[in-house]
Ligand binder design. Structure first.
Ligand code: SAM
Ligand code: DTB
Ligand code: SF4
Length: 322
């Protein structure tokens, strides 16, 4: 990174006011700054591909208002509680993710917290998925310190645990666990030596100040999360947020740009919500510094663009998988 203008751009002392001022920039100025940082720290024409599988679906005791997997909304969403999947079908899916071009395999479980009794099965899954040559990521809810260490020792590369929204807006979205409990799990992940995947969701009726505040929490972490998923709310019928007012796509792009400027080295993931996003919006998100996506036709319980559609988009944009 030779450009003297960009020296000192990795900072952990961002204030909400400074981040708010970035959000308030004229759109072109914001995107220009983000693209400048993106190019100084990354190849702007490559994108990292992560593929998801829900290894334990539904029946969750939490009440996250966006989530189709909460038991509280199960009657309305129709999502049934399932058991932890066997290793065989997980490995078959991981192999097809690898053959399709994904570099990381992310496994999600609809749990409040990991229970020790599930650790042996998860350790086996991590070892075997890694043996396929994939990076591994899991999101299993809250972790204790010893559990994070066991997952790391089995070879888990990333742990995903999102803060979801600003500390101020959090209580509007989740009442069954606190923002601080999330930070504790993230500290255990970091201490165990895993890479942190932590981001949030936009389009839940939050204000631009909330988006600034959410990014302030992430950008003042030391070090920054290696991976920052920015999800556009997927409005699932039967969840309390099914009828939320959709976020202006340009506000979504602004959020990506501010994440890129405040966390220059991190992978910023254009995450959930791509299925109903235009190619133009996705192109702007890449221009604004997104360099990672979820790939494959399913997220956890909802849809994602098919491989062929993404391949066409990559070709139009001259982007290659990392
Ligand atoms: N149960 C674990 C937890 O919440 O930590 C792991 C799985 S949970 C489904 C993983 C993340 O998916 C959530 O933190 C949230 O950010 C994201 N997510 C869930 N439902 C979503 C939706 N409808 N739209 C966008 N993102 C969503
Ligand atoms: C993340 O930030 N987004 C992913 C992953 N981490 C686990 C999940 C998106 C879920 C979208 C709703 C669904 O498919 O159930
Ligand atoms: Fe449960 Fe995670 Fe969904 Fe919240 S986001 S209801 S914790 S599966």
């Amino acid at each position: 990174m030779d450009d003297p203008k960009l020296k000192g751009s990795i900072r952990h002392d961002w204030s909400k006011a400074e981040i708010g001022a970035l959000f308030a920039l004229p759109f072109s100025d914001l995107i220009f700054r983000a693209a400048e940082i993106h190019r100084a720290f990354h190849d702007p024409n490559t994108v990292q591909l992560s593929q998801l599988l829900s290894i334990k679906t539904g029946g969750c005791a939490e009440d996250c208002a966006y989530c189709p997997q909460s038991a509280k909304f199960a009657e309305a969403t129709g999502v049934k509680a399932e058991k932890l999947m066997d290793i065989g079908p997980i490995l078959a899916d991981a192999q097809s993710a690898r053959d399709g071009g994904a570099s990381r395999y992310c496994m999600g479980a609809a749990w409040t917290r990991l229970k020790d009794r599930d650790l042996p099965a998860l350790e086996g899954i991590i070892r075997e998925v890694k043996a396929l040559g994939l990076e591994t990521c899991m999101t299993l809810g809250m972790l204790e310190a010893h559990q994070a260490q066991r997952l790391r020792a089995a070879g888990l590369d990333y742990y995903n645990h999102n803060i979801d929204t600003s500390p101020e807006y959090y209580g509007e979205i989740i009442t069954t666990r606190t923002f601080d409990e999330r930070l504790e799990t993230l500290a255990h992940v970091r201490e165990a030596g895993m890479s942190v995947c932590c981001g949030g969701i936009v389009g839940m009726g939050e204000s631009v100040g909330d988006r600034a505040s959410m990014l302030e929490v992430l950008a003042t972490m030391t070090p920054h999360p290696e991976s920052v998923p920015i999800n556009m709310l997927v409005q699932v019928k039967g969840t309390p947020l099914a009828d939320a007012a959709p976020l202006d796509p340009l506000e979504f792009v602004r959020t990506i740009a501010v994440a890129r400027i405040t966390m220059p080295r991190s992978a910023v993931r254009l995450s959930a919500g791509r299925e109903s996003m235009s190619e133009e919006c996705q192109a702007l998100a890449f221009l604004a510094g997104a360099n990672s996506i979820f790939y494959g036709e399913k997220l956890l319980t909802t849809g994602n663009p098919e491989h062929d559609r993404d391949r066409v988009l990559f070709q139009k944009l001259g982007i290659s998988p990392a």
